[in-house]
Design a protein around this ligand. Structure first.
Ligand code: CTP
Length: 196
């Protein structure tokens, strides 16, 4: 009831993508974890979730009638196997919490991809970035993957800027410079439009 496992993602990239898609006339379903961001724009229907399991349920409902699915959320890979009912009090020594795997939402999307749907994933890598991202593209049956690295100043968590590479099938890689998250969203949606 008191503490949880989270991560450093702000959600800004996902919100920028939702805004840009709506600017281009898309009807957008935005499924978001707990963030401190607001959506002002019409054309974006927002669903707030607070766990990987809730995100999986919401995305599975949206996927069958979506032309494009973009998964930029930093979904937790593990959750506590037995969440405590009461606050865990401090004791001497170390504390161990057993974690169990959550469902990989994007992998489910790849397995259940309707004909003609474009599926776009994100990858955050700290080493062997390109090879790891290309592996995810194939393994999860994606059409595009957007690779983030944390190596560049101004890129990544919490910033308003990002530096990504957009990777398609085959060896196509578009390495973008450091851009605002809204310009990054524009570049990603340009790639998506050429595939549609
Ligand atoms: N993703 C997901 N469900 C999860 C974990 C990740 O849908 N439980 C999605 C993310 O939204 C992202 C992509 O999978 O689009 C890649 O996420 P990332 O954390 O980079 O990779 P993982 O597949 O979790 O692999 P690893 O942690 O081993 O790098």
């Amino acid at each position: 009831p008191v503490r949880y496992i989270g991560n450093r993602s702000s959600g800004k990239m996902g919100f920028a993508l939702a805004e840009e898609a709506a600017n281009r006339g898309a009807i957008v379903q935005l499924v978001t974890g707990p963030v401190s961001l607001r959506t002002e724009r019409s054309g974006i229907e927002r669903t707030d979730v607070s766990s990987a399991a809730e995100m999986a349920d919401a995305c599975k409902q949206c996927s069958p009638h979506s032309d494009v699915v973009i998964m930029s959320a930093a979904v937790a890979d593990y959750r506590p196997a037995a969440p405590a009912e009461n606050k865990i009090k401090k004791k001497d020594g170390a504390l161990e919490i057993t974690l169990e795997a959550t469902e990989d939402v994007l992998a489910w999307m790849g397995k259940n991809k309707p004909n003609g749907q474009l599926l776009v994933g994100f990858a955050l890598e700290t080493n062997d970035a390109l090879a790891n991202a290309q592996g995810k593209l194939e393994r999860k049956n994606l059409d595009l993957i957007v690779l983030n690295t944390l190596a560049d100043a101004g890129a990544g968590f919490g910033h308003d800027t990002n530096k990504v590479s957009i990777i398609g099938k085959g060896t196509k890689v578009d390495a973008l410079p450091l851009l605002s998250k809204s310009d990054t969203a524009r570049a990603i949606l340009d790639h998506i439009e050429t595939l549609l």
